[in-house]
Design a binder for this molecule. Structure first.
Ligand SMILES: [Zn+2]
Length: 472
């Protein structure tokens, strides 16, 4: 009965070596307040200078989402006070951002959908407040780290679509190498604007902002909770009083949201052009930056060149690491179908908990060695699963040494197979006669018997070949 309206704002930290308006390092995990200087400490008289690399990364992003890149854009002061913001204003972009009007495509339930991107602008990150029992501390290492804020249109209609959009955005950002987009370290974080309306209506109702979500799972849960809260209020007649324009925080323990503060209107920030920075004017060289192959282009290429199925291709482009892994397998000339199933199903099935393709105990080189051993008939597919599970736990073993250790080599030796085949045929002389009289499906029975006698170690292709010869 309700339609869900979601718009997302993503803050991604650009992976420049230095901060956006000074030369301090952006490195993560340093001792507090070591990466600071007069500019990012906001000492009187210190002036900002724009980092050209941050600008370049914003332009690459604009190109990747097919957006308009404004040749001239302007930095503004966004005024607010917070202890981790020593200037009491943030340098951001307001009415003329660097990137405007882009798009990306998501695939949910097999359907492609276009999601509009309103804008992407450059700004500086704030520091960090650290609250301890009796006092609070401020760490300004992060103050001045370049951020790209990416604002979507309210085009998303479910938490599934929201997550699909974020995953796609995350993957584009990683493929462009403009941010490490590490969610645990806060370099890719999301605010979700959520509202509902009766199906069929076109007006927008009150939207609630859920702040600082930093995992795909929490984003899904936070949106689901918020939709539930708003729908219940509507049905119980308390919508007007309970659903107000505000910022809410998501509690990751009990999976609910709670009110943090009323949402400011942009007028309250008293934006005005930053007097210490000139308007940013892009030269031709900057506008002609080349960007690397993007996820959707890779997907199309995998489908066309390697015959990968649509759904599998989606998985392969879900992260930069997955696509690199896959490409290094097929570059060895291995059968693409085997590569897809051993990567997407078998190896991915083992990667659980903290393990993902980035820190997989089985490298692309090793998985390739395994696939090569299936292709050359050394081991069966079934034995390969055992080998994979073994090297997954025992990283020091190579594929060949694991096959040796587990004694899983298939017998392809003609003599051994012939001997068993003869025994089987002799013991089933009646069935051989039936076969010769035309009961073709007994062939499978003979294969089964020989494989059984061979304790599953015989190469099935060889068994078929030898049996055919023997039965004439
Ligand atoms: Zn600095």
């Amino acid at each position: 009965m309700f339609e869900v309206i979601i718009g997302l704002e993503v803050h991604t930290q650009l992976n420049t070596k230095s901060k956006i308006f000074c030369s301090c390092a952006t490195s993560f995990g340093e001792a507090p307040n070591v990466n600071v200087c007069p500019t990012c400490l906001a000492l009187p008289g210190a002036l900002p200078v724009l980092n050209e690399n941050a600008l370049r990364k914003a332009v690459s992003f604009g190109k990747a989402i097919n957006a308009t890149i404004n040749k001239t854009s302007i930095f503004n002061r966004k005024n607010y006070f917070y202890p981790d913001l020593p200037k009491a204003y943030q340098i951001s972009q307001f009415d003329v951002p660097i990137v405007e009007g882009g798009e990306l495509f998501i695939n949910v339930g097999g359907e492609d959908k276009r999601i509009g991107i309103t804008r992407a602008h450059l700004e500086e990150d704030a520091g960090k407040n650290i609250h301890e029992s009796s006092h609070s501390k401020v760490d300004l290492n992060r103050a001045g780290t370049p951020l790209l804020e990416i604002v979507s249109e309210p085009d998303l209609r479910s938490s599934d679509e929201a997550v699909a959009y974020l995953k796609k955005l995350h993957s584009i950002i990683r493929f462009l190498d403009i941010s490490d987009a590490n969610m645990q370290e806060g370099s890719f974080r999301c605010d979700a604007n959520v509202s509902i309306r009766p199906k069929g209506e076109s007006r927008l109702y009150t939207r609630v902002e859920i702040k600082n979500l930093n995992s795909f799972r929490f984003i899904q849960k936070a949106i689901d909770y918020e939709v539930q809260r708003q729908s219940t209020a509507w049905e119980e007649g308390t919508y007007e009083s309970e659903v107000v324009q505000e910022t809410r925080l998501f509690n990751t323990t009990n999976l609910t949201t709670r009110s943090m503060r009323n949402k400011e209107d942009s007028a309250e920030y008293r934006y005005f052009p930053e007097p210490d920075l000139l308007p940013v004017v892009l030269d031709e060289k900057m506008l002609e930056i080349q960007i690397p192959e993007l996820p959707d282009e890779k997907k199309a290429r995998y489908i066309k060149d390697f015959g990968v199925k649509q759904g599998d291709a989606e998985v392969l482009i879900s992260s930069l690491e997955m696509s690199r892994f896959f490409e290094s397998l097929v570059e060895r000339g291995l059968n693409p179908k085997l590569c897809v199933s051993w990567l997407n199903t078998e190896l991915s099935g083992l990667l659980k908990g903290d393990l993902s393709i980035e820190n997989s105990p089985v490298s692309a080189l090793k998985l390739g060695d395994l696939i090569a051993r299936i292709e050359d008939g050394t081991i069966s597919g079934k034995a390969a699963k055992e080998v994979l599970a073994f090297v997954f736990e025992n990283v020091d073993f190579s594929i060949d040494s694991a096959i040796e250790k587990l004694n899983l080599k298939q017998v392809s030796d003609d003599g051994a197979i012939e001997k068993i085949a003869e025994e089987v045929l002799k013991a089933n002389a009646d069935k051989v006669a039936e076969y010769k009289a035309g009961k073709d499906k007994l062939f499978g029975f003979f294969v089964g018997q020989i494989m059984k006698e061979g304790k599953g170690a015989f190469n099935p292709a060889k068994v078929n070949e030898i049996l055919k010869a023997k039965l004439g």
